[in-house]
Design a protein around this ligand. Sequence first.
Ligand code: ZN
Length: 202
Amino acid sequence: MDVKKIYMDANALLEGHFKLSSGNHSEYYLQSAKVLEDPKTANKLATALAEQIKKSGLHVDTVCAPALGGLIAGYALAQALDCRYIFAERVNGEMSIRRGFEVKEGERILMCEDIITTGGSAMEAAAVVESLGGKIVGVAALANRGFCKREHSDVVTKPNCKLPQDIPFFALADFIFAMYEPENCPMCKTGSEAIKPGSRGN
Ligand code: ZN
């Protein structure tokens, strides 16, 4: 499956000069919501991801996604895995499990995101799930930004990857783009101004 082409066709792989949430600048930005606005595409991607997980033999009771980014990918993945789905959300900056969702002692939970960069949000949500008795058995995402090693890829783990090394990480593709600290950004040097994705309708 050519995940990059799916993102390109959906205009979800934006080219320009972007300021990322980390503060770094990049020529590219992935807007997964644009891919997932088509439920058929969302299901196609989730089905491929679920196939990979099933093939690995990993047993999953529940998929948990951190809101907002992981909501749609997580829901579609749970459907494809035929398992339960819950989500975590930020309340005053703190990740929490609300809405009456319960986690059983020892429940095998797979964390799901749309894109894994360092895995920070997924691991914040995972810590809450674990505090309720859940067991994190894996991480899944539609795509990997190349900081963490996923199954079936040669990408090696970078020091800023926050995913635990003793559980599998499944994703459909690696999207590896250069990122620059603002002071070393070649686009800034040409006088161009970085745009925060979302601030101008993108
Ligand atoms: Zn820049």
